[in-house]
Ligand binder design. Structure first.
Ligand code: CA
Length: 231
């Protein structure tokens, strides 16, 4: 198991959060504890690998936080809930939670769910190849190769390219891209995305006016249209 995964736990009941924290530490995880959704929003800037989210919170509710997280991120969310009603569980899952654990729960069960989600969400590709090798992106090495030639991309350009190419065919808004590239930044600078994409196209597209990789979806954002090569 990857021992360095950061787990954000949003739980206002001290007794529960203390036990969960203890178990997480014992398993080699790095726990980030939040007693409220507001506190959780601050911790999200540290880009945790998974969120354990109690639905019943003081102030901003767990459901609202889950929806906010989903606007910006694919991070796995496990709901922790005293609600056993099916409606609440369905609502939580429809808000984008990946799994749920009903209270009372055993810490061992929660840990098993956390590990399962981390395995499932593990970045599936470290090296992606598109259009018969015309564009190769090595996420770990932070390398982009176009027709065999390595390109020099800025961190923002690289982040935008990876965010889009990991989700071929999916339209991402400028705000989503800002958040994916810069981590959680609710102020965001959406306009700068256009400039970065323009520069990126100069580097990866043969004809930036007729892109074969990054397509503009007017009024919405951008979509990656490169064709992924078979592994
Ligand atoms: Ca609670």
């Amino acid at each position: 198991m990857s021992g360095k995964s950061t787990i954000l736990v949003v739980e206002d009941e001290r007794k529960i959060s203390d036990i969960v924290k203890l178990y997480l530490e014992r398993e080699g995880f790095r726990p980030l504890m939040a007693g409220s959704a507001e506190e959780a929003l601050r911790h999200l800037k540290q880009n945790p690998d998974l969120v354990v989210l109690d639905l019943m919170l003081p102030g901003l509710q767990g459901e609202d936080l889950c929806a906010m997280i989903r606007q910006n991120s694919d991070i796995p969310v496990i709901m922790l809930t005293a609600k056993t009603g099916e409606d609440d569980i369905i609502k939580g899952l429809s808000l984008g939670a990946d799994d749920y654990v009903t209270k009372p729960f055993s810490p061992g069960e929660l840990l098993a769910r956390i590990k399962a989600q981390l395995r499932r969400h593990k970045r599936p590709y470290t090296r992606m190849s598109f259009n018969r090798g015309a564009l190769v992106i090595d996420v770990l090495k932070r390398e982009v190769i176009r027709d065999g030639e390595p390109l020099t991309l800025t961190p923002s350009e690289f982040g935008i390219l990876v965010s889009l190419s990991e989700r071929p065919g999916r339209v991402l808004s400028r705000l989503q891209l800002v958040n994916m590239v810069q981590g959680y930044d609710f102020e965001g600078y959406e306009r700068t995305i256009d400039a970065h994409v323009k520069n990126l196209r100069q580097k990866i597209e043969d004809d930036p006016k007729n892109p074969i990789f990054i397509k503009t979806i007017y009024g919405v954002g951008y979509k990656f249209i490169g064709v992924k090569d078979e592994e």
